[in-house]
Write a protein that binds this ligand. Structure first.
Ligand code: PMP
Length: 699
């Protein structure tokens, strides 16, 4: 009243360093902290005036002039200013950030940066502890954090250290477009408040700071950030160096925030404002720490723009019989653990890629491959430790008399070789298989895969093949007396995640052997600990096969397969004709295979499959109890699970909607109505919870 001649109720507003009050409906009274200089306040006013003149499409506070003609008054030794109030809601309090809102934030930031470009005043060249260039100061407070949190945050500071500051354009920046300073009205950003953090710094820091806060609480933080970045770049293009620095700077801002919070909380435990963004910041840092290196920057660079072109180019030259998943195909660029990451910044919980057994791009597997590849890659015609070590290790994982190993490059090659072994050993052609089975993509294997020969484009069952009905669906035909082999998965994948009834294989193995045939366990999908209770699924049936075939998980994505058989069968096959496989058993593949076995052991993945599988199964059963009409059956063992839905339409719809919610699933079974769940074995309880929560939403 004394200074400005206005009167009204004064409500305190949160601030880190100043004292601010809302006065009546239209004004904010700002009492600066004792350390503020007049020149710096004048700079703030100049910046606001400049922004007002720049046609940013945004609103900016006006500075009231006191009856004494001052825009900066002095009271009690402090500078005092009165600004107009801009109505709106802080970005932080907007429950749903629409793409339009994110776009408007990106544009607003770019317009501010453009408007402030060219402005330079000595007052901006100050040492300011929130300036991203000064992150090292915040880093000093790391010691106040508990060890686990320190370890979480330190890599973000390490990445900040590599930011090439001289390569970044500098200007006076707003300095603090955090989610409480960004004002929203009518679904778009109308102003960015509080110029008290203005500083001469890298221009890109404003965008980085805004991203740090805009990501808080987002289900897909990088996708939200990418949206802002793309909108920003339409108004103010970013240089290569700025694009590279953006993500490390955004993450560094969060790291600074939690460090200062720890420091300030220790000094002033009563200031609540200090704590406001602390918990969400930790949650976000934890999410960011789990992301693959380089992915956010890739996304910010606009890799998604290639997506449409990719589909067209793929169609021009890739055989049309290769399908692509989902109505809207995914453009996955990175993988880590049980997650896949796309070019648009979305993370997906991967519940189907059973090849990435120990987790996508597991660092130990990657290192094993890279190191061996850098040293030597040849073939099995030379002596090499990697080959011998690996076949010893693999053979030791199987019950006797299974002890002779052949290394190949795929599940199909493994089954193809198994068929040759069985035929060489028995001198017969005939094969017994399960209905809906798939054993591989070669001519001979299509002939023993009802899934293919009875499916679209198939030529029906060849005369040498006998098909057994799925358990519980029909009469068991007599076992022919001229068969070479019985091929059977130890739990049925393509048939729709079917667990065989107890004693099933024991009975049929008995009949097959009595007829002179050999028993082949196709463990391509089911092996390597997925069953949880056992390392091999056949062990759950209490049988020992004559031949075991392996693929998919054995190399965690590296093309590797294996056949393990008895010395007797191997001897029958050794008829003088050499078996040579150019790539099978090469030192790189062996190093990879060995590292996969190491990781399964060292990370306790078989036990995780058992425990997490049990937990997930219980959750699925609960889901079925609540939705008995849509979910008609739940089954599985370990992390080999599935649930049956009323029909194919429901299953397809569910798979697509789950994808939209960041969870990858797929369908299987003769009626395509079974949702299969066979995630990487690193799948955690938290992952299971996420899957169940999303399923509940979609159902
Ligand atoms: N056997 C089974 C049970 C399979 O699921 C597959 C692949 N889906 C194969 C064999 C063939 O393996 P690959 O695709 O590696 O040739």
């Amino acid at each position: 009243m004394e200074l400005y001649g206005i009167r009204g109720p004064a409500a305190p507003l949160a601030s880190e360093r100043d004292q601010n009050f809302r006065i009546g409906a239209d004004h904010v009274l700002k009492i600066s902290n004792g350390g503020e200089s007049r020149a710096f306040l004048e700079l703030q006013h100049e910046a606001m005036a400049r922004l007002r003149a720049a046609e940013t499409g945004l609103e900016w506070p006006r500075v009231a002039v006191s009856p004494a003609g001052e825009d900066i008054a002095v009271a009690g030794g402090h500078f005092v200013r009165l600004l107009t109030w801009i109505p709106g809601t802080p970005f932080a309090e907007i429950p749903e950030r629409t793409p339009e809102l994110l776009d408007s934030l990106g544009r607003a930031l770019a317009r501010v940066d453009l408007a402030l470009a060219g402005l330079d005043r000595p007052a901006a060249h100050r040492h300011f502890h929130w300036d991203l260039r000064q992150a090292a100061e915040a880093r000093q407070h790391l010691a106040l954090l508990p060890e686990a949190r320190r370890k979480l945050v330190e890599p973000f500071f390490a990445a900040w250290e590599r930011v090439p500051w001289p390569a970044l354009p500098h200007s006076i920046i707003h300095g603090d477009p955090n989610d409480y300073n960004v004002l929203v009205r009518g679904g778009r950003v109308v102003s960015i408040l509080d110029f008290g953090d203005m500083v001469w710094s890298a221009t890109v820091c404003d965008l980085a700071i805004a991203l740090a806060y805009a990501m808080l609480g987002e289900e897909q933080p990088i996708a939200a950030a990418a949206r802002i970045v793309a909108a920003y770049r339409e108004v103010r293009p970013l240089s290569e160096a700025e694009l590279d620095a953006l993500y490390p700077l955004a993450a560094a801002r969060l790291a600074m925030s939690v460090c200062y919070c720890a420091w300030q909380a220790a000094a002033a435990p009563e200031n609540e404002y200090l704590q406001i963004s602390n918990r969400p910041a930790w949650a976000l840092l934890e999410r960011l720490a789990a992301l693959p290196e380089g992915w956010p920057t890739d996304v910010f660079r606009g890799r998604a723009a290639a997506r449409e072109g990719l589909l067209a180019r793929r169609r021009r030259h890739l055989g049309p019989s290769l399908s692509i998943s989902y109505r809207e195909p995914l453009h996955i660029t990175h993988g880590r653990g049980a997650y896949l990451y796309d070019s648009a910044g979305r993370a997906y919980l991967d519940c189907v890629n059973n090849v990435a057994h120990v987790g996508h791009s597991h660092p130990r597997v990657v290192r094993a491959a890279a190191e061996q590849m850098a040293r030597l890659n040849t073939n099995t015609r030379y002596l090499h430790e990697a080959l011998v070590d690996y076949i010893e290790r693999l053979a030791a994982m199987l019950p006797p008399p299974l002890s002779v190993v052949y290394l190949v490059c795929s599940g199909s090659e493994a089954n193809e070789l198994a068929l040759r072994l069985a035929r060489a050993h028995t001198g017969r052609e005939g094969v017994l298989v399960m209905d809906t089975a798939y054993h591989g993509n070669t001519n001979a294997l299509i002939d023993i895969s009802p899934y293919k020969f009875n499916g679209p484009g198939g030529r029906g069952r060849p005369p040498h093949v006998t098909v057994l009905p799925l358990p519980g669906t029909g009469e068991m035909p007599p076992i022919p007396h001229d068969i070479a082999a019985f091929f059977c998965e130890s739990a049925l994948s393509c048939a729709g995640q079917v667990i065989l009834p107890p004693g099933y294989l024991r009975e049929i193995y008995g009949k097959v052997r009595a007829a002179g045939g050999v028993c082949v366990a196709d463990e391509v999908q089911t092996g390597f600990g997925r069953a949880g209770t056992h390392f091999w699924m056949f062990e759950t049936q209490g049988v020992v096969p004559d031949i075991v075939t392996m693929g998919k998980p054995i190399g965690n994505g590296h093309p590797l397969g294996a056949v393990v058989t008895t010395p007797g069968i191997a001897a029958s096959f050794a008829n003088g004709m050499e078996y040579f496989n150019t790539f099978g058993g090469n030192p790189v593949s062996c190093a990879v295979g060995m590292s996969v076995l190491d990781v399964i052991r060292d990370e306790g993945l078989q036990e995780n499959a058992r425990a997490t599988g049990e937990y997930l199964m219980a959750g699925l059963r609960e889901l079925q109890a609540r939705h008995p009409v849509v979910i008609t059956d739940v089954r599985g063992l370990g992390l080999f699970l599935g649930f049956e839905m009323a029909g194919e339409r429901e299953a397809t719809e569910l798979v697509n909607r789950m994808k939209d919610r960041g969870v990858l699933l797929s369908t299987d079974g003769p009626r395509h109505n079974v949702i299969k769940i066979k995630p990487p074995l690193v799948f955690s309880r938290a992952d299971a919870d996420l899957l169940l929560a999303r399923l509940e939403e979609v159902l």
